[in-house]
Design a protein. Structure first.
Length: 309
């Protein structure tokens, strides 16, 4: 399918779904609906779900489809204003002060005004997201918000309310047009209700078998149909187990790619055991599936697909 970059916001739910599909992102009606409403209502979209289900990819796809810049704030424990919003280029400021002193400049007020100007300002993701002009508002991805602490969450709440940041030395910088905000969380902790109330909400779940099969067809076109069916059926069964970390869609794609590179035509116990590192990322999970349980799962998959045929 041709990938059109129109830059225009979709005018219906069907257009929203088609826009995502043109970028090879398969969205259900519920996701297309809430995304369409978030764009129309100019509200942040809060996406929650397990790691690896495609939450971050939604923001990337949206930026490509709308031909907008993507600005990503990757959250982590200890994230502060200097890393997220702005900071001053202190080495450059000190050099400017020394050059002024060497030149004999004694007007401290002028020097101070000069060093606290735009050319010494380092814009971090939050400030970048609200510094664009009307008509070119970026897609602002706030990724894995649950990794930050409540203090930063409270600060972000203020930013999302007014889309402005106050820099004491420069004044208030306000967005000419609010960015398209996508917030993701893996639910390692609960996000405060006050922030959620400012957003539209959607739970992103693992795809159903038919949808995941179509994802492989689009993302790994070299994977033969029979192998693709076995891969999807196997992964779907893995997710029903009590694993430490279920494989996400990205891992399914990686596994399909790896098996295609190995010229595999079907799954067998040895091939599964040899390639589990592309699908599972914890040794306890791998050890469990390498044994009898993995062989049982594969036998069930083969029997299930044979019955369907």
């Amino acid at each position: 399918m041709a990938r059109q970059l129109t830059g225009k916001l979709p005018q219906s739910i069907d257009e929203t779904r088609a826009m995502l599909e043109a970028q090879d992102y398969l969205a259900g009606t519920a996701l297309a609906t809430v995304l369409f409403l978030a764009l129309r209502m100019k509200r942040p979209l809060f996406l929650e779900g397990e790691a690896g289900v495609g939450k971050t990819e939604i923001a990337k796809v949206l930026a490509r489809a709308l031909d907008r810049p993507l600005i990503r704030l990757q959250c982590y424990e200890g994230l502060d204003v200097a890393s997220a919003v702005y900071e001053w280029n202190y080495p450059a400021q000190m050099l400017e002060i020394r050059l002024s002193e060497a030149a004999g400049t004694v007007d401290r007020q002028r020097v101070e005004s000069d060093i606290f100007s735009e050319r010494f300002l380092i814009r971090r993701p939050v400030l970048q997201a609200i510094s664009t002009t009307a008509g070119r508002a970026p897609v602002f991805l706030i990724d894995e918000l649950d990794r930050t602490d409540e203090a930063f969450e409270a600060f972000l709440l203020e930013v999302l309310s007014d889309f402005q940041v106050t820099i004491p030395e420069l004044g208030t910088i306000k967005a000419d047009e609010p960015p398209i905000v996508i917030i993701t969380t893996n639910r390692t902790r609960e996000i405060h209700d006050a922030l959620k109330r400012r957003c539209l909400y959607h739970w992103v779940d693992y795809p159903k078998a038919a949808q995941e099969l179509e994802i492989i067809r689009r993302k790994v076109p070299g994977c033969n149909a029979a192998l693709s069916r076995e891969i999807v059926a196997y992964v779907q069964r893995l997710r029903a187990l009590d694993l430490f970390k279920n494989p996400g869609v990205a891992e399914t794609i990686d596994w399909a790619t790896a098996l295609t590179e190995l010229d595999a035509l079907a799954l067998d116990p040895e091939t599964v055991a040899d390639t589990l590192g592309t699908l599972l990322k914890y040794q306890d999970d791998i050890a469990r599936i390498e044994g009898a349980e993995g062989r049982r799962l594969l036998a069930e998959v083969k029997a299930e697909l044979l019955a369907q045929d």
